[in-house]
Design a protein around this ligand. Structure first.
Ligand code: SIN
Ligand code: CO
Length: 373
């Protein structure tokens, strides 16, 4: 895989300081000599699968048409003005996963997926804005991007996709294979294919605080423990029996104020939430899994590698993998955080001394979360 040279010309430090979440950046030949990681036919095949999210967007003379996947009946490439967008290609293709991982100067908590779009001549999805940062890497053919910093983000009504009502582009670039355009959230853009083309979107995630609050409160509901029951040995005869009296209200206020959300609670819920697999992900367990001892013997010879679908994060002594949390013991910490950061372990990084860490690796192998190399 050709390496990203964005960092050769601009350091990650400078990129983050000057452009990230702030302003667009066009990088000519970000990946010189870039070759697509899969063919048009392989992309079309993915779009037909039930476990792959895709959209077919067609521009008709007076309206736009949107067809959610699975998309099995695609127009012929010779037909103009249609585009197929396939989400999460990195989950199903190792080369796409390797490409996405070149962007790990942005942490895994923010990196989301690689979307690939195919467009026939004049195809595109219309002028719009996204809520997330994106790197648009041209993979094949030429796409003309027009972009603008407008603050009027009002949308056309009644369209099946988000289209800007008043698109006012300020800059125009024709991107050739290997060129890349970074756009911060809410930056207006429209990309139109000049002939057939494929574009890769390296997408990011940023949870809304509302979503986080809802997940946190659900997690708290499952774990909260608060003893006692309301009692009122001093109850006086009720004059207005339907009224909630002050004594009851203040006592319950006082008792419920014992619920505390600690930094530990927040770390646990956040780690589990951010490491949860993307929706509709399913893992493929090994058909005949090796028992623990044989698994360890083999892992010590070949190493192990995480499934591209696995999300693994950690902080201090807490490890999060695919929505579950584990306490790291000092013995296993080195090995497991190497696995999280490198997404693989070489044989010499695996100790064959029995440990909880090896049991965990074996369990994850049985779930299909990692495989022997
Ligand atoms: C596309 O690749 O056609 C759309 C990508 C985008 O505008 O975000
Ligand atoms: Co967009």
């Amino acid at each position: 895989m050709k390496k990203l040279t964005l960092l050769g010309q601009i350091s990650p430090d400078e990129f983050l300081r000057t452009y990230w979440q702030k302003k667009p950046l066009l990088v000519r030949q970000a990946i010189p000599g870039f070759k697509p990681v899969l063919t048009r036919e392989e992309l079309f095949e993915l779009a037909g699968r039930d476990d792959v999210e895709s959209r077919l967007v067609t521009r008709l003379p007076r309206k736009w048409q949107l067809q959610d996947g699975p998309n099995r009946d695609l127009p012929p490439p010779s037909k103009k003005k249609w585009s197929l967008l396939v989400q999460g290609v990195n989950l199903h293709n190792a080369a796409a996963d390797a490409l996405l991982r070149q962007f790990r100067f942005i942490p895994d908590t923010r990196l989301d997926d690689l979307m690939i779009s195919y467009a026939s001549d004049e195809g595109g999805v219309g002028p719009h804005f996204d809520s997330y940062d994106v790197f648009l890497l041209q993979a094949q053919g030429t796409r003309r991007w027009r972009i603008g910093a407008q603050t009027d983000l009002s949308l056309e009504e009644g369209a099946p996709l988000k289209l800007l009502r008043n698109f006012a582009p300020e800059q125009e670039f024709d991107l050739e294979p290997g060129d890349m355009l970074y756009l911060p959230p809410h930056y207006a853009h429209d990309g139109v294919a000049l002939g057939e083309c494929m574009t890769y979107s390296i997408g990011f995630r940023a949870p809304s605080y509302q979503e986080l609050a809802e997940v946190l409160l659900q997690a708290m509901a499952d774990t909260v423990e608060i003893d006692g029951r309301y009692s009122d040995p001093e109850l006086a005869p009720a004059k207005r029996p339907a009224e909630i009296d002050t004594a009851m209200l203040s006592k319950i206020e006082q008792e419920l104020a014992r619920i505390r959300i600690t930094p530990e609670d927040i770390l646990l819920f956040l780690g589990e939430h951010l490491s949860s697999p993307k929706p509709a992900t399913y893992f493929i367990p090994p058909v005949r899994p090796l028992p623990l001892e044989r698994f360890v013997a083999k892992a010590c010879k070949t190493g192990v590698i995480l499934s591209p679908k696995t999300r693994m994060l950690y902080r201090r002594n807490k490890l999060f993998i695919n929505g579950e949390s584990f306490l790291l013991s000092p013995d296993d910490r080195g090995m497991l955080i190497t696995l999280a950061n490198e997404r693989e372990l070489n044989p010499d990084q695996i100790s064959n001394r029995p440990s909880d860490g090896l049991d965990a690796l074996h369990q994850w192998y049985q779930h299909g979360w990692l495989t022997l190399r």
